[in-house]
Design a protein around this ligand. Sequence first.
Ligand SMILES: NC(=O)c1ccc[n+]([C@@H]2O[C@H](COP(=O)([O-])OP(=O)(O)OC[C@H]3O[C@@H](n4cnc5c(N)ncnc54)[C@H](OP(=O)(O)O)[C@@H]3O)[C@@H](O)[C@H]2O)c1
Length: 331
Amino acid sequence: MTVRWGIVGPGRIARKVAADFAHVPDAEVVAVASRSKERAEAFAAEVGAGTVHDTYRGIVEDPDVDVLYIATPHPLHRAVALAGLRAGKALLVEKAFTVSPEATREIAALAAERGLFVMEAMWTRFQPAIVRMRELVAEGAIGDVMAVQADLGAQQPSSPDDRFYNPALGGGALFDLSVYPISFAQMVLGNPESVTVHGYMVEEGVDVEEAILLGYPEGRSATLFASLRCQSPGMARVVGTGGWMEVPPRFHHPSRLLVHRNGHEPEELHLPPTGAGYSHEIAEVTEGVKAGLAESAVMPLAETVAVQDIMGQVADQLGMAVAEGPADLEQ
Ligand SMILES: NC(=O)c1ccc[n+]([C@@H]2O[C@H](COP(=O)([O-])OP(=O)(O)OC[C@H]3O[C@@H](n4cnc5c(N)ncnc54)[C@H](OP(=O)(O)O)[C@@H]3O)[C@@H](O)[C@H]2O)c1
């Protein structure tokens, strides 16, 4: 069985993800949708999709599409996701899943009601080096995990035309970058009992930088940093009572893992991703849909909700007025 995919929003990430379909058996991009006919046609020609839609409603209602990959700016995920679920589609939704925890819960509830496979495109969790890191943690290779440290700084264009500095398009470091260290910490340590942030908001009403401290029982912690104005290494470390592991830059799509067991020489594992690293999340959804599953065991919706709850607390503490998008498509 070939799982037929439709891509919504032919922007920067859609182009990269589309290229990785070549590495996934049984997955095919059959349709694309843009708000502009010209952009849809150009993108379809580039990715080899046979069907072009010049409205998002068109692809949502296309009976020959099984899965929608939603690659629009984060506040606009909600309308496509809810309309897609009502039309019976499975979904792969870009990070940040939404900009409000309420909208994530709304989508998760509808997915459960309809029994449709829905997953956040948190590609980090599917990278071979991260999969191995989680196995090693579970085997006790570094003892009891006490701390996570992670940073992700990416200097982005400050033009108001770009989504990065536009609050209506979910701009700011939080939803674009902090989502990665937060999701990494949530994956390793679970849901925190406290969230503390120190950050900086600019006049556009978006956060450009923040340091986040997540607190866990028995002194466990995650110290996280993200920035839209500084290029930082993008490293992650997991520290335990028996040693530590380092995920070298960029930790959100690594090809190596360093394992330091106390009293031993460090071990370096080379575990590169297939393609640009998006193939693994495409395969997870494709296999899940073929098997009739409701969600991924690696990136379950409850954990996406937990990450959104942390981001919601960060946004509140920073005084960010988060603008969630509409619940339905305009046309
Ligand atoms: N996983 C990753 O590595 C990764 C990397 C970058 C971004 N992302 C995520 O992917 C999503 C898209 O990011 P991107 O950088 O690809 O964005 P982008 O280049 O700005 O593209 C977004 C696309 O959304 C569509 N869109 C619909 N309504 C829009 C509006 N009001 N304003 C602007 N565009 C609108 C546009 O396509 P049409 O107008 O043609 O329909 C546009 O091409 C975000 O949620 C982002 O966090 C993920």
